[in-house]
Design a protein around this ligand. Structure first.
Ligand code: DUC
Ligand code: ZN
Ligand code: ZN
Length: 472
């Protein structure tokens, strides 16, 4: 009997700190040896010319989430995790949305039922707290954090989701007492409502005006307020999907003052701008811009540069997709009939779980903006550490053999026809990519290899997380 099940030979291994030539030996789904000339394995995978990286961990994805009357997300757990695997990921953290009045465990039961036996990669859930009642804060949440649901998201905007400052403080207090980590969607609800009403009255209803309804000050103010509320309670938070310099600078200043504020940005803030929402399609309905409607909205080139700076300087420790997929040519998606009357009704969100890693690799590593080690930290290691995921997110002895093999020389153009998600478009169509994941291995077994799906639905497992930790 061979000593190892599989050995990945002759590749270049990269972790968040180091890059080195080594063979990686796997037994029973875990990495058990890293060394030179390892041979005694049932299967040898030749990784000559390839990078051996930890599988991507995408800690911000929305899957099968209710999104308003008549609107349906384009991905279920099967299609989203298949797309994730093709994009070099081995773990996703989708949201479990609590409806108003709903006990958290009831919401979780629904999401587990959707995810069980459906996933190609491993997963866990963040809880979206829409209704921080006394029962939720006093009993339900502390019990769930103890059970490994150790992160949550709260919103400062959106009808039915926006929490008051008083409610936010209540959630943060429970987070402090339980060790949970709170993500905050930071945009000023009343400002957006006011600006939206004003734009509509002026007849400015096309998707393009989505961006005008939530300008940078809307995000900056809420970011500042979220940080201040966290400071009052003395608790870490994550400011998710940061889109611009002013919000980034709020986070940087807070970090410089010693506050534990984590920052996250996403591909849309590196490669899209609000001009993308201006596209006019051939029937003159001016709805093509809906393909790019997400919140916060893509900004301008200067904002893209600021987000790069945030990544380079470590203000942002997390790079996630904010995958929130809708079909475009579909009345249950971006072309909902109400969306033609105003951007207000266009579903917010864009697909990106499959393209997150190639975009950051190509625009970041291949173009010399970040190092390969920063790439690994931003896309895998920091997600595991930040959200309390043990034994994942690095190439290390004892860790799960969640590995992506990358061809750093492979060039390709992002194209809807080559993707595996449930959307009928990608907002990143036509972007030239240098460096592509060519195989993805989940706990020692290939889930994608040579462009083919080799894993089986249901092989992705739910994973309980521990207490969130600091990024080392
Ligand atoms: N916030 C998200 O995190 N995702 C999609 C839409 C939104 O507002
Ligand atoms: Zn959000
Ligand atoms: Zn999101």
């Amino acid at each position: 009997m061979a000593a190892f099940d599989t050995v990945i030979r002759n590749g270049t291994v990269a972790t968040a700190s180091d890059t080195f030539k080594a063979d990686v030996a796997i037994k029973k789904g875990r990495i058990v040896a890293i060394g030179e000339a390892i041979t005694d394995a049932d299967e040898t995978v030749d990784a000559s010319g390839l990078l051996v990286l930890p599988g991507g961990i995408d800690s911000h994805v929305h899957i099968s989430q209710p999104s308003g009357p008549g609107i349906v997300m384009a991905d279920d757990f099967e299609s989203a995790t298949r797309a994730a695997a093709f994009g070099g990921n081995t773990f996703v953290m989708p949201y479990c949305l609590q409806e108003k009045g709903q006990p958290l465990r009831a919401a979780l039961k629904d999401y587990h039922a959707l995810a069980d036996q459906a996933c190609y990669v491993d997963h866990s859930f963040h809880l979206i707290i829409a209704d921080p009642s006394d029962a939720v804060l006093g009993q339900e949440l502390p019990a769930l954090v103890a059970d490994g649901y150790s992160s949550l998201k709260i919103f400062m905007t959106y009808e039915g989701l926006a929490l008051s400052d008083y409610e936010i403080l209540g959630v943060l207090q429970v987070a402090r007492e339980t060790g949970a980590l709170v993500q905050i969607h930071a945009e000023n609800y009343d400002a957006i409502r006011f600006l939206t009403d004003r734009l509509e009255r002026a007849g400015k209803t096309a998707p393009y005006y989505h961006g005008k309804s939530r300008p940078i000050a809307v995000e900056r103010e809420a970011t500042h307020r979220a940080i201040s509320l966290a400071e009052l309670i003395d608790v870490p938070i994550v400011i998710v999907h940061v889109s611009n310099r002013e919000a980034m600078e709020e986070i940087r200043r807070a970090q410089a003052r010693g506050l534990k504020i984590h920052g996250e940005t996403c591909p849309q803030y590196l490669v899209l701008t609000e001009e993308d929402m201006q596209d006019i399609n051939k029937d003159g309905l001016n709805m093509e811009g809906a393909k790019y409607v997400c919140s916060p909205p893509p900004r301008d080139k200067a904002s893209q540069e600021a987000c790069w700076e945030g990544l380079q300087r470590g203000v942002f420790s997390l790079f996630s997709s904010d995958h929130c997929p809708f079909r475009y040519d579909d009345e249950a998606g971006k072309l909902t009939p109400k969306g033609r009357t105003s951007f207000r009704w266009v579903p917010n969100g864009i697909p990106g779980v499959e393209t997150r890693l190639p975009i950051l690799f190509s625009e970041g590593v291949s173009k010399g903006r970040i190092t390969l080690n920063q790439f690994v930290a931003l896309t895998a290691t920091n997600h595991a550490k930040t959200y309390g995921l043990k034994g994942k997110g690095s190439i290390a002895i004892g860790y799960d053999a969640d590995i992506a093999l990358w061809d750093p020389q492979k060039t390709a153009k992002i194209s809807q026809s080559g993707l595996h998600h449930g959307s009928d478009y990608t907002p990143y169509e036509g972007i030239e990519i240098s460096g592509w994941p060519v195989a993805t291995m989940l706990r020692g077994k290939f889930v994608v290899r040579d462009g083919q799906l080799t894993g089986a639905k249901g092989e992705g497992r739910y994973v309980t997380r521990g207490k969130p930790g600091a990024v080392a």
